[in-house]
Design a protein around this ligand. Structure first.
Ligand code: DHB
Ligand code: FE
Length: 309
C-alpha cells in the first residue's frame, strides 16, 4: 500500500472528533496534548504504511506493558526520562542557574516511607553474603557552599543480585532493605552504612526487555545508588552515582550516567567499630550541592505516582 490519507479532510475531521478538540467540554491541556500525539501517530501510520498486523502487535504490546507494570521502566529505557533531564538542564542554563550536583533520572524503584535517622543510617537489614560493606557519606551544601542543616537525604539501591526491596521478584527482601533516610545536623553531613550494590537488569520476560530485544539492545544498568535531597529552602535534588569501575558505566540502558556522578571508591579499615560485617570496607564520598528556588519556588519538582510502604 502506498496510499496517503493523513491530509484528507476525512482523516483530519476524525482527529478532531476523536479528541473533541473544538468542543467545549474536557480538559483543554489534555486535549491539546492528545491531539498532537494522536496526529503524530496517524501520520506515522500513513507515512510508514504501518500494516494492521503491525498496528495490533503494538496495541497488544501496550496491554502487556501495563500487565507487567513496566511503563515507568520502559520510559527511561527509551530515553524519555533522560530527555526530561536534558530539558530541565537547558531550562536551568537559560535561567542562568549554574552549579549544584547534577540531576539524573529517578527511575521507577523508589519507595517512600523509610524511617528517618539523625545524620547516620544503617541501610542493610537483610544479610547478603555476596555483598561487601560500603559506607556512603558526604555533606549537603547550599548554593553559598555552606552546610545545610535539616536536609532530608534519602538513598536507595539494589542488593548483590541487582534487586530492590519492594520490587524483588524473589520476595527475599524486608521492607526498606537498602533504603535509608537521614536528616542532616548543623554540619550538613550524612552517612549511610550499607552493602555494595550490583547493577540492575530488566526482568528478562517483561515487556521492556521484549522491546529492547527487537532493538538489539540490552536492558542493564551499571551498579548505582539513588538519592533524593529535600529541604525547605532549596530545590529538591534527584540524582544517582555509579560505582566506579562498573563496565556498564557508559552503556546504561536508562542513560543516567554523568561524568560528575562517578565518585572514587576507596578501601578503608575500621569497619568493625562502625558495626559493619567486615573490618575492611569500601568508602564513597558523595557531596550533595543544592540549587536555589526560582522566584521562591521549586520550579522543577516532579510529581509522579510513587510506591509507599
Ligand atoms: C531504571 C532505573 C533504575 O534506577 C533501576 O534500578 C532500574 C531501572 C530505569 O530507568 O528503568
Ligand atoms: Fe536504580
Amino acid at each position: 500500500m502506498s496510499v496517503k490519507v493523513f491530509e484528507d479532510k476525512e482523516t483530519q475531521d476524525l482527529l478532531k472528533a476523536a479528541t473533541n478538540i473544538d468542543g467545549a467540554q474536557g480538559n483543554p491541556r489534555f486535549k491539546q496534548i492528545l491531539h498532537r500525539l494522536l496526529s503524530d501517530l496517524f501520520k506515522a501510520i500513513d507515512d510508514l504504511d504501518i500494516t494492521p498486523d503491525e498496528f495490533w502487535t503494538g496495541v497488544n504490546y501496550l496491554n502487556k506493558l501495563g500487565q507487567d507494570g513496566e511503563a515507568a521502566l520502559l520510559a527511561p529505557g527509551l530515553g524519555l526520562e533522560k530527555l526530561l533531564d536534558i530539558r530541565m538542564d537547558a531550562e536551568d542554563r537559560q535561567a542562568g542557574l549554574e552549579g549544584g550536583t547534577p540531576r539524573t533520572i529517578e527511575g521507577p524503584l523508589y519507595v517512600a516511607g523509610a524511617p528517618v535517622k539523625d545524620g547516620v543510617a544503617r541501610m542493610d537489614i537483610d544479610p547478603d553474603p555476596d555483598a561487601g560493606p560500603l559506607v556512603i557519606h558526604g555533606t549537603v551544601t547550599g548554593p553559598d557552599g555552606k552546610p545545610v542543616a535539616g536536609a532530608l537525604v534519602e538513598c536507595w539501591h539494589a542488593n548483590s543480585k541487582g534487586f530492590y526491596s519492594h520490587f524483588d521478584p524473589t520476595g527475599a527482601q524486608t521492607e526498606f532493605n537498602l533504603r535509608g533516610a537521614v536528616r542532616t545536623g548543623p554540619d550538613g553531613k550524612y552517612e549511610f552504612r550499607t552493602l555494595m550494590p550490583v547493577g540492575y537488569g530488566c526482568p528478562p520476560q517483561g515487556a521492556t526487555q521484549q522491546l529492547l530485544n527487537q532493538l538489539g539492545r540490552h536492558g542493564n544498568r551499571p551498579a548505582h545508588v539513588h538519592f533524593f535531597v529535600t529541604t525547605d529552602t532549596f530545590r529538591k535534588l534527584t540524582t544517582q552515582f555509579n560505582i566506579e569501575g562498573d563496565p556498564l558505566i557508559w552503556d546504561d540502558f536508562a542513560y543516567a550516567t554523568r561524568e560528575e556522578l562517578i565518585p572514587p571508591v576507596t578501601e578503608k579499615t575500621g569497619g568493625t567499630a562502625l558495626g559493619l560485617k567486615e573490618d575492611t570496607y569500601k568508602d564513597i564520598e558523595f557531596n550533595l550541592s543544592l540549587t536555589p528556588l526560582v522566584h521562591g519556588k521549586d520550579n522543577q519538582l516532579v510529581h509522579r505516582v510513587r510506591a509507599a510502604a
